[in-house]
Design a protein around this ligand. Structure first.
Ligand code: SF4
Ligand code: SF4
Length: 402
């Protein structure tokens, strides 16, 4: 029987602002060398990762919160990661786990997912594999040859968790100068070849490892997003498969609305910071823990302290003068001083602005429907793309993708 997804912490509107999401940079190590990595400078510090015992103190002090967003470095390089996730599940009652990975360690990841599903049965786990383009493009952008490895990981996750609604399969693509010309073809190919629930497209952000990779402008991002609108209707329908008509309608409304609303905000902020027309709740509902114990309100602002100086006490950190000053510095609503394109914080903030959220979702649904058009995702088109981008079809066949 198909395992149903648990009610996500995103499914309800919230107005009380309290800790909702902890972003845990699990390690400062990585087995890729991505050109657009915004964390490269931090990883180059080569400081020691927080130990399991240090993270345990943080977990024990945090109280209940809903979402654990893993980050890094590459999370699969942290050997005790399953124990860490299980600890947050037990101590903090997390309902959603976001697990991004470059997908290089296929078998380890499958073993871990099985273990996490067994030991954290009430949590959804959203596994997000980074794939940036066809074959060589992906490998150049990621700095290591890993396209077929990431494809194998996606296939194996689907094979193992196809009927498990609590394992949400996602592909994440970052747009840079390397893949901007093929991203529309790539989204089509991914939809046709992989059984994923979502495919998120994000422009490179922050200070990137390689200069000059950020090439997207507001206009070009809007063009890409408009062209992708029909896929979000398709993905919403894929997610809603097996639900009744009401469930499908609600899923489509929220999924399409959130994706389009997030993309609109990103486009408005790509050339210059522009008010989101709602508060960013960084520091009020979110806490970022760097791998070495520094902490921040969000990933794009500087660290404001070290957990070691607060006895690893998350409640103290959230109530600290440093965090209060940071929230004041960020500001609120139209008077705020700080805006960006970061999808995680747009999504994290939107549920804490319920009125604005409903307005944005309704407008976003109307826009998406206007942009809908028929798509040709036939075998012929998919095969042509594999030829055009010189994919190794024998390898794809051996992986069970064709
Ligand atoms: S973007 Fe992620 S996978 Fe790539 S180098 Fe940075 S931490 Fe590693
Ligand atoms: S708008 Fe962006 S950079 Fe500013 S606080 Fe929010 S997430 Fe951070």
């Amino acid at each position: 029987m198909r395992e149903r997804r648990s009610g996500s912490s995103f499914n309800s509107l919230r107005s009380e602002r309290k800790l909702e999401s902890v972003f845990l940079f699990t390690t400062g190590k990585c087995n890729a060398r991505c050109t657009m990595c915004f964390y490269a400078q931090d990883m180059e510090k080569k400081a020691a990762d927080l130990s399991f015992e240090e993270i345990q103190k943080l977990s024990l002090s945090a109280g209940r919160f809903n979402r654990l967003w893993l980050s890094g470095g590459e999370p699969t390089l942290r050997e005790d990661l399953p124990e860490i996730i299980e600890m947050f599940y037990k101590n903090n009652g997390i309902r959603d786990i976001n697990f991004p990975t470059n997908g290089i360690k296929t078998d380890l990841l499958i073993d871990w997912l099985k273990r996490i599903r067994k030991n954290c049965p009430g949590s959804n786990i959203s596994i997000s594999i980074s794939v940036d383009g066809f074959g060589e493009t992906h490998d150049i952008q990621r700095g290591v040859p890993s396209f077929y490895k990431a494809a194998e990981t996606l296939k194996k996750i689907d094979d193992n968790f196809r009927d498990d609604g609590k394992v949400i399969k996602n592909i994440a693509t970052v747009i840079t100068k390397y893949n901007v010309g093929e991203v529309l073809d790539f989204v089509l190919w991914v939809y046709g070849r992989f059984n994923v629930s979502t495919h998120t497209i994000e422009a490179a952000r922050g200070t990137t490892r390689e200069d000059g990779v950020k090439v997207v402008t507001e206009q070009s991002l809007r063009e890409i997003q408009d062209a992708l609108a029909p896929y979000y209707l398709l993905y919403a329908r894929r997610i809603g498969e097996g639900m009744n008509a009401l469930g499908r309608g609600i899923t489509e409304f929220f999924y399409v609305g959130l994706m389009r609303a997030m993309y609109n905000i990103r486009a408005e902020n790509i050339d210059k910071p522009t008010c989101w027309n709602m508060d960013c709740t960084a520091g009020e509902t979110t806490l970022v823990l760097d791998y070495d114990g520094r902490f921040r309100a969000c990933e794009l602002r500087d660290p404001i302290g070290r957990v070691q100086d607060y006895d690893y006490d998350i409640q103290r950190i959230m109530q600290s003068q440093a965090m209060k000053a940071e929230i004041d510095a960020i500001g609120h609503g139209y008077k705020a001083n700080c805006w960006c394109t970061h999808g995680c914080w747009i999504m994290s903030s939107i549920v804490f602005n319920p009125l604005k959220m409903m307005q944005k979702l309704m407008a976003a649904n109307r826009e998406t429907k206007k942009l809908n058009r028929p798509l040709d995702i036939s075998e012929k088109v998919l095969t042509e793309l594999e030829g055009k981008y010189r994919l190794d079809r024998d390898k794809l066949k051996a992986l069970g993708i064709l």
